[in-house]
Design a binder for this molecule. Structure first.
Ligand SMILES: [Fe+2]
Length: 270
């Protein structure tokens, strides 16, 4: 007898395919408690294997397919003029003066902010709660679709901030070549003004996000040429920061941007 399931009813499956990501995530957490003396390459690889079982891939919709392919290959995609200047104008008008005020020491903005005088960097955290215009970036459906297709259906945006970097010559710890983690850290940045080589662009070493034996020794990146994240205002930069990258100090003028970081933090039962 055919069972007629109305298409508007959610079909709950309790298949192994749904249980496994939870079970594997629990197993990978157990590896935190492995005694230091026993921790080895082998236990790390097991932990990493179980960790990655939590990622549930989603087919990229046609409009995002080529960007997702490029991310898988290079680890970075730069899309010039993603926000045309007229769409960007309200964001610039609200966010850039707020970042300037934060940098100048405006006490009313100190809550939910991070300022380093040493690095010459100021960040307005949870900026989507404070600057209404920033939601045009954080709610952007294309960026969120790429994040889901590239990372996992369960991906969440967990860190949203505006940043200004303005002190000429100040060097940040992030200016040294590094990768953020062996876990996927997917990040999207929207340049709020024109960024050239003198305005603290990020530099990314293409293809270095791919798991290869060289990563164990951390040395390969030092003879690769980096792709510099320069661009006009409105440029969108998407990157998997498992790849090697670095910041660069301000040499000529300030750099303003919006940042959106993604990660799988909580699995959603489906
Ligand atoms: Fe980083």
């Amino acid at each position: 007898m055919a069972i007629n399931v109305p298409t508007n009813m959610p079909v709950q499956t309790r298949a192994w395919g749904n249980v496994w990501p939870y079970a594997a995530a629990r197993l990978s957490n157990l590896f935190h408690y492995v005694p230091r003396a026993v921790k080895s390459n082998a236990t790390f690889k097991l932990s990493r294997y179980f960790y990655y079982q939590r990622y549930r891939s989603m087919d990229a919709p046609p409009e995002a397919a080529s960007v997702v392919d490029q991310l898988r290959r290079d680890g970075i995609v730069i899309i010039p003029d993603y926000f045309p200047i007229d769409r960007l104008a309200p964001l610039r008008a609200e966010i850039m003066p707020a970042l300037d005020r934060l940098l100048a020491g405006d006490g009313t903005l100190r809550e939910n902010s991070w300022v380093s005088d040493e690095y010459g960097i100021a960040r307005l955290l949870k900026i989507d709660k404070r600057c209404e215009t920033s939601k045009a970036f954080f709610n952007d459906s294309f960026v969120n679709t790429v994040a889901k297709a590239y990372v996992s259906e369960d991906v969440q945006s967990f860190h949203r901030f505006g940043e200004v970097r303005a002190t000429i010559g100040a060097v940040s710890s992030s200016d040294i070549r590094h990768f953020d983690d062996w876990r996927i850290r997917f990040k999207a940045w929207l340049l709020l003004d024109d960024i050239d080589e003198g305005r603290a662009p990020m530099v990314y070493y293409k293809g270095s996000h791919v798991r290869r034996p060289w990563r164990v020794n951390h040395d390969f990146e030092y003879y690769r040429d980096g792709l510099t994240g320069t661009g006009r205002a409105g440029t969108l930069i998407l990157a998997d920061t498992r790849g090697v990258h670095r910041g660069s100090p301000v040499r000529t003028g300030p750099r303003y941007l919006l940042a959106n970081y993604f990660e799988v933090r909580k699995l959603q039962w489906r």
